[in-house]
Ligand binder design. Structure first.
Ligand code: FE
Length: 358
């Protein structure tokens, strides 16, 4: 049954790709007649996105209505899309690459598939530390990687820092996913940036010591494991908590209602934050439209939507977080550039391997 399903999935994907391929090649033709003219006359933008939220699709629709620029979507898993853009080279149809995590955006930059773009609107809407240093990508939504705790068992006064979770009293009580996950790689990368490699490694080793179980599942599964009594605290991204509280699955709501958010390191280095973001592809044929879409997504209206519908923090400082996000409280963020998360990614992976974090 599983085999049949995956066969159907592959077949479906091939059909979709075939359909995209044929429509794209017919769109290419006019470009050969006069490059410059088609660039200004172009009425579309090809977005390769690893985000799969309904709210994103709604925003693209709104963008189409406002600008008349059609958004052609290619959805996929981040690393697959990245490989695809690399493989397609200059022939790629991709104009904009959108994905979660600064670490991954940095990978796209290192792979040479992005180009530097500048825009006064983007600079006004997105603070410098949420942009790539070379303006190859821009953060569009923000998320905090926090400590979630069981409200029945834990008093928040017992919590303080990420580092404190490595102390003896937390032995066998800490839940967090695998180190293969980019969110954790970026978390450790931030500690390398703030505290140096040695301390970062100590932290990772101390966490492994205190694991409630071998890492498994995604962020939501850590929350569920708290509710199931496997552990008492979990490290996870804030928007998952928002999604679970508002889930259609009553079990998820029940789990979420038994938990609360704790923002660690408020008296020290601040809580770890990361972004979802996008960069204009190096050989983009609709570069201007891609920039317009970036500007639209970082403008107040879209930023409010991300916050209220998907529980992500706005990067645009002119926008207030939604009511639910505000109810979790203000917090101090780590004061580092998102670029550092990518720059320290390889080191982070190495440290995880050294301490045996699966
Ligand atoms: Fe996520």
């Amino acid at each position: 049954m599983k085999k049949l399903l995956s066969f159907l999935l592959v077949l479906g994907t091939l059909l979709v790709l075939a359909a995209c391929g044929s429509s794209n090649s017919s769109e290419e033709e006019p470009a050969e007649t006069s490059g410059d003219e088609t660039e200004t006359a172009s009425n579309e933008v090809n977005l390769y996105t690893a985000r799969h939220y309904d709210v994103d699709d709604e925003l693209y629709k709104k963008f189409e209505e406002e600008t008349g620029i059609k958004v052609n979507l290619i959805k996929g898993e981040a690393d697959e899309l990245l490989e695809r853009i690399k493989r397609e080279g200059d022939a790629t149809q991709a104009d904009l690459f959108l994905t979660a995590d600064a670490g991954r955006l940095h990978r796209a930059k290192e792979d040479g598939i992005l180009q530097s773009v500048s825009s006064d609107v983007l600079d006004e809407q997105i603070p410098a530390n949420f942009q790539d240093e070379d303006q190859m990508w821009y953060g569009l939504t923000k998320r905090a990687r926090v400590i979630m705790y069981d409200k029945e068992k834990i008093d928040p006064s017992e919590l303080s820092t990420y580092e404190a979770l490595t102390e003896d009293e937390w032995a066998g009580r800490v839940l967090i996913r695998s180190s293969e996950n980019i969110y954790n790689q970026s978390l450790l990368a931030s500690f390398i940036e703030l505290n140096g490699e040695e301390e970062a490694k100590e932290w990772a080793a101390g966490m492994v010591e205190n694991f409630a179980r071998d890492p498994e599942g995604g962020d939501r599964d850590q929350a569920k494991a708290i509710a199931a009594g496997v552990g008492d605290v979990a490290i996870m991204n804030t928007y998952y908590f928002g999604q679970m509280l508002n889930s259609e699955d009553p079990e998820e709501v029940k789990v979420a209602e038994s938990l609360d958010v704790f923002f660690p390191n408020q008296d020290t280095t601040g809580t770890h934050v990361n972004v979802s973001g996008a960069g204009v592809v190096k050989s983009a044929k609709n570069q201007e439209n891609a920039i317009k879409l970036l500007e639209f997504l970082s403008a107040p209206e879209a930023q409010e939507t991300f916050a209220s519908v998907n529980y992500e923090y706005p990067v645009n400082e002119a926008v207030e977080p939604s009511e639910l996000l505000q109810s979790w409280g203000d917090f101090k963020e780590q004061d580092i550039s998102m670029s550092a998360l990518g720059e320290n990614n390889a080191k982070a992976i190495l440290l995880f391997n050294e301490v045996g974090w699966k």
